[in-house]
Design a binder for this molecule. Structure first.
Ligand code: ADP
Ligand code: MG
Length: 299
């Protein structure tokens, strides 16, 4: 790349840097997109870049595959209903150990080693995320199923987060919450991310996952739906185009944009620097949900 091209890259990013300076952007980093250490490193570089140009990133992470792996190693059974993991007392201990112990530490360490100043938190820290027990209906048997220690977000301690932001920290939050019974609950990390984005009035919520975005055919990576209205999203759920882990994700997208978050994006976290591409350049990637469907790449 010659000098002119390098300068052009920076200049192209300028309106986006200006637009989102001092804006809260919540990033959901999905466990399925944490493929290897190099990729985690490049995701943390992107988040540090966001922070360095004055955006306010907040990270919420999952860790599903790591929990599954550990449960397998320990021969503890688990199953999913509509993309949500059923969690026994024993499985909850493992989930907490993996999410708040291993995955959270790994992300915080990587970010801080790059020169960032992240603080790792779970929903237990100063009542950051309180939950009620989740009740779900099994679509096959149409009866209520007990998912065990799986929670719905009830409240977010925004004061803790704003204090951290004001002190210039980047909060990195694992998806464990506390119930009124004093027990830890597993929460789908998409739900934590959207609850945090809504509670803080974030400008953007970005899901980093293991697909190019929402697909019209989940088996065909070329069938990307780049823009989606609330109406279309509901239709796709009804027509069962959206299944498994994409169900809670799209529901969370809808929840966020109907509760004040301007734009929600689902992008490919397996693609190196997808966050930078989405945030700083004219070309949009992945799937974008917004209230109105009439704008192109937003500034
Ligand atoms: P994450 O760890 O990022 O939350 P999930 O596995 O929970 O990832 O959700 C993403 C998964 O949802 C995809 O890997 C895919 O298997 C599934 N999925 C179901 N329907 C769709 C769809 N229409 N488009 C894309 N992915 C879909
Ligand atoms: Mg998921």
């Amino acid at each position: 790349m010659n000098y002119t091209e390098k300068i052009n890259v920076l200049i192209e990013a300028l309106p986006y840097v200006n637009r989102f300076r001092k804006h809260i952007i919540v990033i959901k980093y999905g466990g399925n997109a944490m493929i290897n250490a190099d990729l985690r490193h490049s995701v943390m570089q992107d988040i540090l870049m966001m922070k360095s140009v004055g955006m306010i990133p907040i990270v919420v992470h999952g860790g599903g595959p790591f929990i599954s792996q550990m449960l397998d190693n320990l021969s503890i059974e688990s199953h999913f209903v509509d993309g949500l993991r059923s969690t026994s007392e024993e499985a909850m201990k493992v989930a907490e150990m993996v999410l708040s112990g291993s995955v959270n530490n790994d992300i915080v360490r990587t970010f801080n080693h790059l020169g960032g100043n992240a603080i790792g938190l779970s929903g237990l820290d100063d009542h950051l995320i309180t939950v009620t027990k989740k009740k779900v209906i099994d679509p096959d048997s149409e009866t209520q199923v007990d998912l065990g220690y799986v929670g719905n977000v009830e409240s977010v301690n925004t004061l803790l987060l704003t204090n951290l932001i004001q002190a210039d920290y980047v909060p990195i939050i694992s998806s464990v919450g506390i119930g009124s019974d004093g027990h830890s609950y597993n929460i789908n990390a998409d739900e934590v991310a959207s609850a945090v984005a809504i509670a803080l009035g974030a400008s953007k919520l970005i899901f980093l996952t293991n697909t190019p975005g929402l697909l019209a055919d989940s088996q065909d990576p070329d069938s990307l739906i780049s823009k989606l209205s609330i109406y279309e999203a509901n239709q796709l759920i009804e027509n069962k185009v959206i299944t498994e882990g994409m169900i809670p994700k799209i529901n969370c997208c809808l929840e966020a944009i109907t509760n004040g978050v301007d734009k929600v994006h689902i992008i490919d976290g397996r693609m190196s620097h997808s966050l930078l591409l989405e945030l700083f350049f004219d070309m949009g990637i992945g799937t974008m949900l917004a209230h109105s469907n009439d704008d192109n790449k937003e500034v």
